[in-house]
Design a protein around this ligand. Structure first.
Ligand code: HEM
Length: 497
């Protein structure tokens, strides 16, 4: 404890010259951190204005250096002494996600990456597109039935159900009519959705970080631990079934029906993990994948509700690929080949990730003293944070950064941009392993949603997107929920009249 206290005092002392919000006695910058939770973007903007691209936040006895300059971001993402995640990740996410890539460090982390990477190859992911397509068709049908009257609703809830279902199917089992048939996963999907919400809910409330206090005083503790336990049992059951199939030498399911788990169990590299380790990784994938994808889709729909012109261009592109609504074939199922033709939609989705990156902060802890390119010293034991939304708003890299402009991602306008100025998926050895999955899912869902609808702003929402409050915790979301309205696109003949 003494060693720890000396190390913390050293960090506080050596970073005292780094600009940052004033500290209250003992607790540090608690007010700023709470403001980040409830109105993250505005707080971040005023921090950048007041202190620049490197900001020091002290919270109790810990110091966090936020590094936003792309050269510093590159150092954080690639320096061997900054490759470790702090204990915070295990404490906050561990009860649900277990011990997986997100919170592992060192050689075990590298071994798991090696074991998993081949099972997320593009050739495997493209077999998931029919599942993405079918689930988003079901979503559109439900939205037509329930929300086509133009009533405002929180679209995040709908996306939560969609992504939970999709992840259970693609990660655990896509097979129908077998012992591990969980194709009818509504119950499990609701549970995963509830569990993810509880996980993020707690991550935004530092006063509940202590397990003892949480269990004693919070009404959410019971559902929090219950959902975590049931999810754990479900994953265990499916894994045991599948391990049994492999042990009995049963033939693998047809390739198009193989889930991520089937691939890992049958790949040579998958053998690098024990079955307990694999179980933890499956939970990690379910929780991280479903919740980040839900946030991404919700931010996409909410942001687009502010930009009818951008939607019009997406509609034109979709109509050029599928035909206008109501024309023969216009409601055919989307394919992987179609995704490659949706270039404007692709730029829109990239700009959503620039404007509102769903992962709000990436934490690291320094395992030795490191000097960042900006000259800031990150002493051993100090936390360092990359905040993509801050980096994505530096005017030298993005002119007029508050403007939502998908054409920033045209090849000619992206040329020469610093490679670490766009980091929604982080970068380097610990970048997002599900990046490609996330993009394919988001594009399929966005295309299917906009084939049928125009997204309108909900009454009462701020006039300008720049005035919308965004919550920042580990993830970013619209404060109060992603409320929008939907309008059915008219059939081509009706539109022409
Ligand atoms: C738009 C959706 C997504 C975004 C914005 C996103 C972003 C990120 C970011 C920024 C990191 C680095 C976090 C850090 O170092 O603290 C990360 C890591 C990770 N992501 Fe994603 N992610 C998304 C979707 C997914 C999906 C769909 C999956 C699974 C299929 C996934 C699995 C992971 C895993 C396992 C890690 C940990 C990688 C490691 O440390 O080796 N993510 N993600």
């Amino acid at each position: 404890a003494l060693k720890q206290a000396v190390s913390e005092a050293r960090v506080v002392y050596l970073t005292r010259g780094v600009p940052g919000p004033p500290n209250l006695p003992l607790v540090g910058c608690v007010p700023t951190v709470l403001n980040l939770f409830s109105d993250g973007r505005a707080t971040l903007e005023s921090m950048i204005k007041d202190y620049g691209n490197t900001v020091r936040l002290r919270l109790l006895n810990r110091v966090l250096i936020i590094a936003m300059d792309p050269d510093d971001v590159q150092a954080v993402c690639t320096h061997p002494a900054l490759g470790s995640k702090p204990q915070l990740y295990s404490d906050l996410l561990g009860p649900h996600m277990g011990v997986g890539l997100v919170n592992l460090n060192g050689p075990t982390h590298r071994r798991h990456r090696k074991a998993i990477t081949p099972s997320l190859h593009f050739d495997i992911l493209k077999d998931f597109v029919p599942i993405f397509a079918r689930n988003s068709e079901l979503l559109v049908a439900r939205l037509k039935a329930q929300h086509a009257g133009g009533n405002p609703f929180n679209i995040q809830k709908e996306f939560g159900r969609l992504t939970s279902t999709t992840f259970i199917q693609t990660v655990l089992s896509c097979q129908e009519g077998t012992a591990t048939d969980i194709a009818n996963v509504a119950k499990e999907a609701d549970l995963l959705d509830e569990a993810s919400h509880l996980m993020m809910w707690r991550a935004m409330r530092p006063w509940w970080f202590s397990d003892t206090v949480f269990k004693l005083l919070s009404a959410q503790a019971e559902p929090y631990f219950r959902t975590s336990r049931i999810m754990d049992q479900m994953v265990k059951r499916v894994l045991e079934d599948k391990l049994g199939e492999v042990a009995r030498g049963e033939a693998p399911p047809p390739r198009r029906r193989m889930a991520f788990l089937d691939h890992v169990l049958r790949s040579q590299e998958g053998g690098l993990m024990s079955s307990d380790e694999l179980r933890e990784e499956l939970k990690t994938f379910l929780f991280v994948g479903a919740s980040t994808s839900m946030d991404y889709l919700s931010l996409m729909a909410y942001i687009l509700s502010y930009f009818p012109d951008v939607q019009r261009k997406v509609h034109e592109e979709l109509d050029s690929v599928f035909g206008a609504p109501g024309t023969p074939g216009s409601d055919r199922r989307i394919t992987t080949d179609d995704l490659a033709h949706l270039e404007y939609t692709d730029r829109v989705l990239k700009e959503v990730l620039r404007y509102a990156p769903p992962i709000a902060v990436i934490f690291r802890v320094a395992t030795e003293d490191v000097k960042l390119p900006s000259g800031t010293l990150v002493p051993q034991g100090c936390y360092v944070g990359v905040v993509p939304a801050g980096t994505h708003r530096i005017p030298e890299h993005y002119d007029d950064p508050e403007r939502f402009d998908p054409d920033r991602f045209l090849a000619e306008r992206s040329r020469g941009r610093h490679p670490y100025a766009y980091i929604p998926f982080s970068a380097g050895a610990r970048n997002c392993i599900g990046l490609r999955y996330a993009l394919m899912l988001a594009k399929t869902v966005t295309a299917n949603l906009l084939r049928s609808f125009t997204i309108l702003r909900a009454p009462g929402s701020p006039d300008r997107l720049a005035d919308v409050k965004m919550d920042f915790s580990l993830t970013m979301s619209v404060h109060g929920g992603a409320y929008v309205r939907l309008q059915r696109r008219p059939a081509a003949a009706a539109a022409a009249r």
